[in-house]
Design a protein around this ligand. Structure first.
Ligand code: V07
Length: 257
């Protein structure tokens, strides 16, 4: 049992006094996060939306460090969906600069902390500078053996699954494959998450209760945890709370415990 106390400056607040107790042997291996509520967080403060994204970047940093400390092995963050192109051009342009900005500040530390950076998503439509920055991060960390930090960028689950269907048809058409070869494991091995275990826990911040086209296949049995907290406010405490709740749930995979 590890006992993680609230920071000292919060200990005089009655409502925050309880500590979070976690079982060390039941930490979710793979946690996925829909980082929602950045724009609304900024609006609330009368700030431009981009400042919400800017502060969202800081939450990415905090959450990565906390996940690493907790012993989470894989952290997948939904940074940009295939639907986000519908946003105003200025905002999209700004979002596309974030990977570069984030990595300029954080990559050295990620390398040093033995974090392996990964990407999943479609490169079409992404600016060259964004792709180049991400490729550099992947290359510089590919031999790292610690936390896998997987960014979902221009990712959409239906498109991902549709691509696997097309691939199956190709394989059969080319005579390399018969229908019986198309198993669940085969499908999993052709998804963008190939090589990663399915998420054990999905966190969505910002109050919406939807999957929004994120890891539909992979989340067949994963636990869901929703919070009203906006992403820029998310950090170690909220992650601990989510993991504590995860540990309270019995996972039966459709069978009996
Ligand atoms: C983005 C900050 C977090 C809240 C969600 C929207 C805004 C980190 C990345 C990132 C992506 C790839 C990479 C390194 C960092 C990022 C986008 C948006 C597009 F290699 N945060 N973040 N990418 N936001």
């Amino acid at each position: 049992m590890i006992r993680l106390f609230r920071p000292r400056w919060k200990q005089d607040r009655k409502d925050l006094q309880q500590s979070v107790s976690l079982q060390k042997d039941n930490i979710p291996q793979h946690v996925a996060v829909i980082m929602d509520g950045n724009g609304r967080w900024a609006n609330r403060r009368g700030m431009p939306r981009v400042l919400g994204h800017q502060n969202g970047m800081k939450a990415v940093k905090r959450t990565t460090i906390a996940a690493d400390e907790l012993g989470i092995r894989y952290l997948t963050l939904y940074a940009f969906s295939t639907e986000n192109w519908k946003r105003p051009k200025d905002e999209v342009d700004y979002l596309m600069k974030i990977p570069q900005e984030f990595l300029a500040i954080e990559l050295d530390e990620l390398v040093e902390k033995n974090v392996q950076v990964r990407m999943m998503g479609y490169t079409d439509g992404l600016p060259k500078h964004t792709i180049a920055a991400m490729e550099e991060a992947v290359r510089r960390t590919e031999n790292n053996t610690g936390l896998v930090l997987n960014f979902a960028l221009n990712y959409g689950s239906r498109r991902e699954i549709t691509d696997v269907v097309k691939k199956a048809i190709d394989e059969i058409g080319a005579g390399r494959f018969s229908e019986q070869d198309i198993t669940e494991d085969w499908v999993s091995s052709k998804l963008m998450t190939a090589g990663l275990p399915d998420p054990d826990l999905l966190i969505r911040t910002g109050g919406e209760l939807r999957l929004s086209n994120f890891m539909l296949w992979q989340m067949a049995y994963g636990e869901l945890w929703f919070t009203d907290v906006y992403w820029p406010e998310f950090g170690r405490e909220q992650l601990l709370e989510a993991v504590a709740e995860y540990q309270r749930r019995t996972r039966r995979y459709g069978g009996l415990s």
